[in-house]
Design a protein around this ligand. Structure first.
Ligand SMILES: [Zn+2]
Length: 302
């Protein structure tokens, strides 16, 4: 893949050239968290190219599902800005690849612990791309409120579900059942892409959420079943964050097992029980997001 291809995928061509020049001249900072090295441009191009290949294989019916284990991650990268360890937005690039292969509507589900502000920015005005994000709030990058719903043709195609620290597997499951599933059914995508970040794991050192590897198995299984129901199984997962390496490995392994429709790995340390005040706070966040979005989208039973 070259810079022109990336430019056709949501990024400003001058920004791509800038990353290329900076990287090839030895590297340097693009954002306080995001420093390019001499190898960054090549690595980011390989990551984006891998996601394009996987998406083309999904759209052409060559594979049933795909998991792209790529680095650097992408969901914070905006139209012309590197942020939060991300240079090029892999899931946005995959979305455009799916569109070129004939997908009329693409849904992106982002379960990374951080809000995918880059992905939201790129598709905020687009009615053909549904972006759904579950993320810790208040937290980096500070975006992703329930009220950010898209503009113009994209009004209604951004769904943010901010949750407080300590949110657990059962809360994500509730969001899947009561909001994400119905919203996907309502949108009728031709392919579902997932920004699969594993930093919502309870052991992750950068975040404060409380998921387990079993929770990632459950969400992957849910995504697979939803894709089988809505868009002949076309499901592509793209790696985002995940900073506790043993938990990342276990969670990715469970993701693969869910995609293969094999039983999950059972042995796992689980987080300490929630206090009642924490549980109440989490449910308040969820009640607000689920009720507001269901009413706004006029989902059945709202
Ligand atoms: Zn993250």
């Amino acid at each position: 893949m070259n810079g022109c291809t990336v430019a056709a995928n949501g990024h400003d061509p001058y920004y791509i050239e800038y990353v290329q020049d900076l990287s090839q001249s030895g590297g340097g900072p693009l954002d306080p968290d995001t420093e390019a090295t001499q190898q960054t441009y090549a690595a980011a191009m390989l990551a984006a190219g891998g996601c394009i290949k996987a998406t083309e294989a999904l759209m052409n019916g060559e594979v049933d599902a795909a998991l792209c284990l790529v680095r650097p991650p992408g969901h914070h990268a905006g139209v012309d800005q590197a942020r939060g360890f991300c240079f090029f937005n892999n899931v946005a690039i995959a979305t455009e690849a799916a569109r070129r292969c004939g997908a009329l509507r693409v849904a992106i589900v982002d379960f990374d612990a951080h809000h995918g502000n880059g992905t939201q920015e790129i598709f905020y005005h687009r009615g053909d791309v549904l972006y759904i994000s579950l993320h810790q709030s208040p937290f980096y990058p500070g975006t992703g409120t329930v009220d950010e719903v898209g503009v113009d043709e994209g009004a209604g195609t951004t769904i943010n579900i901010p949750v407080p620290d300590n949110t657990r597997d059962q809360h994500y499951w509730r969001a899947c059942q009561e909001l994400i599933g119905p919203a996907l059914s309502n949108f009728t995508p031709d392919i579902i892409l997932v920004s699969a970040g594993y930093d919502a794991h309870w052991k992750d050192p950068l975040t404060g959420l409380g998921l387990t590897a079993a929770g990632f198995y459950q969400m992957t299984h849910f995504a697979l079943q939803t894709a089988q129901h809505l868009c002949p199984g076309r499901l592509g997962l793209i790696l985002e964050g995940g900073y506790h390496l043993p938990s990342l490995a276990l969670s990715v392994e469970n993701t693969v097992l869910a995609l293969a429709e094999e039983p999950m790995l059972e042995e796992e340390e689980i987080p300490p029980p929630l206090h009642s005040a924490q549980a109440e706070r989490i449910n308040q966040y969820l009640d607000h997001a689920i009720t507001t979005h269901r009413r706004r989208l006029n989902l059945a039973g709202a």
